[in-house]
Design a protein around this ligand. Sequence first.
Ligand code: ZN
Length: 228
Amino acid sequence: MSGVRRKGPPTGGPRVPRVVTEGRKRKVIYAVVEGESTERDYLGHLEERFGGDPRRFEIHVLWKRKGLKPDEVVNWALEKASELEDPRREQVWALFDRDDHSRVEESCRRAERAGVRVAFSHPCFELWLLLHFVAGVPGAPTSKCIQDRLRAAHQAFRTFDKRLDGAPLAALNGNEADAVNRARSLVTNCPSMACTARNGHGADCRVLDRTPSTDVWRILVELGIVTV
Ligand SMILES: [Zn+2]
């Protein structure tokens, strides 16, 4: 008799406990993020506040100290997407923003072709936070402009600088549906006439022309946090 153990559970062993079966239905998001703080803090907050007990979903944030460039975010997301065990319940998202990065357009296309969901923000992720308080920003705002407005929009953000902890996160609470509606309105207001909140950006809508805009709302809808 061979001493090599076969893979897999032994036959005739105990039944898989129900709790494990339940856990398998749970949606799992792997989110590769560009920044080292803000997005990570925010996504952790989403899981904590809306994940429920037992967890309805999990968000695993993949990040690196000192941050990643958009093409590095996408490389990692593609690698992760190739490792998924159950693509029906597992998703890979790539979160990055315009800032002053090059190859944004190409990074988005590569990700989408591979089935990775892109949450792109133009000019920056903080626009998504700002939409919890105000409807929008005229013109083509810079990242600095968005950050200044965010600090002015709510007292809890007055000293905001990348880290999101108790007070700023609490200030977002209850404004999620408004933020989603406002982000959806920005899609409708895209320079390309083909873009709609329901169908997304049109084929001829260049990523770099989508200013201001953010796709982060799609994560909340995907997780059932906000219904549209
Ligand atoms: Zn568009």
